[in-house]
Design a binder for this molecule. Structure first.
Ligand SMILES: Cc1ncc(COP(=O)(O)O)c(C=O)c1O
Length: 394
């Protein structure tokens, strides 16, 4: 067990009743008979420096328009963080401040590809990747991640074959990968990047989960692993996953060149939407002052991951590859006889809400995604419910 300093991070402070009083999507969408383990929110208290900053904003009734300096601080803070944590050199002047990472994906697809052009995604994948491409009228080119005994990975031969055959203009990379929890290695990324660069593709790398990496691994940004792709890469990130700030709406997109930034900024600013000042302030506080809190969260999530791993090993009909990153687990129910869409059965019979695997693309059949970012007690209850439902079915 990791020793956590409860004055910095105390995962047990919020009771089930506190959580049920939350207004956010995860806890408000379902009734009290269900335990929600779906949308990617964490059930922990915010880091104290963020709470204190937000309290101060409220106490001063300080919710006027955001000053220009707020976005500048986000850009500079992001560049510092990338250099310090990932040896990734980012020019703050090439960073776009956005309200959300998915907005960044949509903007990149809209401005860096043409209608009808192909956009490559590695499925299963976070559903907005698929929605954005379809809604933009681009051609969705799917290449499934390969599953082996050790977990999911990129089948490079197949990836290259699809790139050559389909000539996609863009790769949408999810790294670390939601929902499989893979943290791709530098070698995998270098190979993917080389193929993409040779094919003249733009790479959009969603690295929102970069801070949530387990077992002492170090996240390697795509633009670092594959320098030849860096000038044609847009790296997207935010503090919203690692620090649980999704409702504050702030994200960043780092363009690999001035030309890419110019194209991303080509749409009228008002169509791109405004920014939230508390979101920008909280992002900077998270990145600059909440390192100890994050360390506690990652250690705790890793223990939760191990708790799920032990429990699944004893359950009939379900398995996973323990995630290397993220607080999301990709549960494989193919041995359970539940058919291609197990999540509704799990909800009805176990009282646990997971995300539906089929929403993540065709390899999502027979799967459901479990969010394990909750206290180990709530997690135990989730796992007991799941085990008991599967046992009574078996
Ligand atoms: C890979 C990935 N990208 C983006 C998002 C959402 O980010 P945002 O709310 O900033 O759009 C999530 C949320 O779970 C995610 O897992």
């Amino acid at each position: 067990m990791t020793t956590l300093d409860p004055s910095v991070f105390d995962p047990t402070r919020l009771s089930l009743s506190d959580l049920r009083h939350r207004r956010s999507l995860k806890w408000s969408a379902y009734g009290p008979e269900l335990l929600p383990a779906w949308v990617a929110e964490m059930d922990f208290e915010l880091a104290e420096p963020i709470r204190s900053m937000l309290r101060d904003v409220v106490d001063r009734s300080d919710l006027g328009y955001p000053p220009r300096a707020a976005a500048t601080s986000v850009r500079e803070s992001f560049a510092r963080r990338m250099a310090d944590r990932f040896s990734f050199s980012v020019d703050p002047d090439l960073v776009l401040v956005l309200s959300e990472v998915v907005q960044g994906i949509a903007l990149a697809v809209d401005t860096l590809t043409e209608p009808g052009e192909g956009v490559l995604v590695q499925t299963p994948v976070y559903p907005p990747f698929l929605e954005v491409v379809r809604q933009a009228g681009r051609r969705l080119v799917e290449t499934p991640l390969a599953e082996g005994p050790e977990g999911f990975g990129v089948d490079l031969e197949e990836f290259e074959r699809v790139v050559r055959a389909e000539r996609p203009a863009m790769l949408l990379l999810c790294h670390p990968h939601n929902p499989t929890g893979r943290s791709f290695t530098a070698a995998e990324l270098a190979a993917v990047g080389r193929i993409a660069a040779e094919a003249g593709m733009v790479v959009v790398s969603d690295e929102i989960h970069a801070d949530l990496v387990f077992d002492g691994r170090r996240h390697v940004p795509m633009a670092v692993a594959a320098p030849e792709v860096a000038p044609r890469c847009v790296t997207l990130s935010s503090a919203s996953k690692a620090f649980n700030l999704a409702g504050l709406r702030c994200a960043v997109g780092a363009a690999g060149s001035a030309e890419l930034l110019r194209r991303l900024e080509a749409r009228p600013a008002h169509l791109r939407g405004g920014l939230s000042s508390p979101g920008m302030w909280a992002t900077v506080v998270a990145w600059e002052e909440c390192g100890d809190w994050l360390e506690g969260v990652v250690a705790y999530l890793q223990e939760g991951r191990d708790q799920v791993d032990r429990a699944l090993a004893a359950m009939p009909g379900v398995s996973w590859h323990a995630p290397e990153a993220t607080y999301l687990g990709w549960l494989d129910f193919s041995e359970s006889g539940l058919g291609p869409d197990p999540a509704p059965w799990v909800e009805e019979h176990a009282g646990v809400v997971c995300s539906r695997g089929l929403d993540f693309g065709s390899p999502g059949a027979h799967h459901a995604r479990l969010n394990f970012a909750t206290s180990h007690d709530v997690l135990e209850a989730i796992l007991e419910r799941l085990a008991s439902a599967l046992r009574s079915k078996a």
